[in-house]
Design a protein around this ligand. Structure first.
Ligand code: 89V
Length: 341
């Protein structure tokens, strides 16, 4: 099978592991990289033997023969780049969050739909090994009907060191991390019927919120609590970027605990299994479970780009996740429960 040819738009922090993950997946070849800061694009090109470098995405799209583009730039640039790719009839993969507003995201989906251009979001969190295993336990009915669940990603990790622009976002944790965790909630429990959220800012030197608590009714049957924090308030054991879960069902419970342990308890007793992610030499150990999840995520998107199966994280699907993110901001602002039916 021929390699698909793609270009990367944006050569910042995440482009390194994304390109390494593409190499791991195989079947796709990066032929050009673009960044407004040419030196950044040149550095990535050298590191990954990418033949051509551009400062302008418009120029790149005029010059290159591509099967798709992979947009890894900051969220405020996504709309323009997606529209540009659609004009050139080039399928798009775009980093999360798809856009800084729901209106922008809806417009981007509409533009690609009208142009007949496939549009996917690189939403990798749900592809983490332990979360896939948790989903399997739920789907097998091991704990019966899940009536209540909790997802936690509470961390003191200094996330601003590698991603300084996050300090400047007026909307921070829900749009950066909430896109992931609320997507996982949908992946595990289905669509939400209602949502209530409170947010806080603990860091004094950032613009947006760094703590969020979201309560939802999901899948018509599950009361879901999602707790997120980047408060840097010194946890005894820092577990970034692990997500923890506890789900109660009418026949038992399942816990996703530190160090990737899954424990299922039913009347028959408790079984426990460790479900660590695969280790890749290229992955930054500080982000291992997250960066490892890029491999199955990209493999799934590549299969869809080849027309060999559905993608889980189409942009259309991701709009449902973004609706939760923006409903959470609305609830935090108004103090009201948002009905989503
Ligand atoms: O993986 C990400 O999207 C990062 C993180 C949530 C780890 O901060 O932005």
């Amino acid at each position: 099978m021929n390699n698909l040819r793609f270009a990367v738009l944006g050569a910042g922090f995440w482009s390194r592991c994304q390109l390494a993950a593409w190499r791991e997946v195989g079947g796709a070849e990066c032929v050009a990289v673009c960044d407004a800061v040419r030196a950044k694009a040149e550095a990535r090109a050298r590191e990954f033997s990418i033949p051509r470098v551009y400062e302008s995405a418009a120029e790149l799209l005029r010059q290159e023969r591509l099967d798709f583009v992979d947009i890894i730039s900051s969220p405020d640039t996504h709309r323009e780049l997606v529209q540009l790719a659609a004009q050139h009839q080039i399928p798009v993969i775009c980093q999360k969050p798809m856009a800084p507003s729901l209106a922008d995201a809806e417009r981007m989906v509409e533009v690609c739909r009208d142009a007949g251009v496939p549009f996917f979001v690189h939403e990798n969190w749900r592809w983490q090994t332990p979360l896939r295993r948790l989903k399997q336990v739920l789907d097998e009915g091991q704990i019966g009907i899940p009536f209540r669940a909790r997802l936690d990603m509470i961390s003191g990790f200094p996330v601003f060191i590698n991603q300084p622009f996050l300090r400047e976002l007026e909307q921070f944790i829900l749009s950066d991390l909430g896109t992931h965790i609320l997507d996982v909630a949908r992946f595990l429990f289905g669509e939400a019927q209602s949502l209530y959220c409170q947010i806080q800012r603990i860091h004094k030197d950032i613009k947006g919120e760094d703590v969020a608590t979201v309560l939802m009714k999901m899948g018509g049957q599950t009361t879901m609590l999602v707790e997120m924090a980047y408060a840097e308030n010194s946890l005894e054991r820092e577990r970034f970027p692990e997500t923890f879960a506890f789900v109660e069902g009418d026949k038992g419970s399942v816990e996703l605990a530190p160090d990737f342990w899954i424990r299922v308890t039913t009347q028959a007793g408790t079984w426990a299994r460790r479900c660590p992610p695969p280790r890749y030499a290229w992955a930054d150990p500080a982000y291992d479970v997250v960066q490892a999840s890029m491999v199955p995520c990209l493999a799934n998107l590549l299969q869809a780009l080849r027309g060999h199966g559905p993608a889980e994280t189409t942009a259309e699907d991701n709009l449902q996740t973004l609706r939760l993110v923006f409903a959470a901001y609305e609830s935090a602002r108004t103090g009201q429960v948002v009905c989503l039916d």
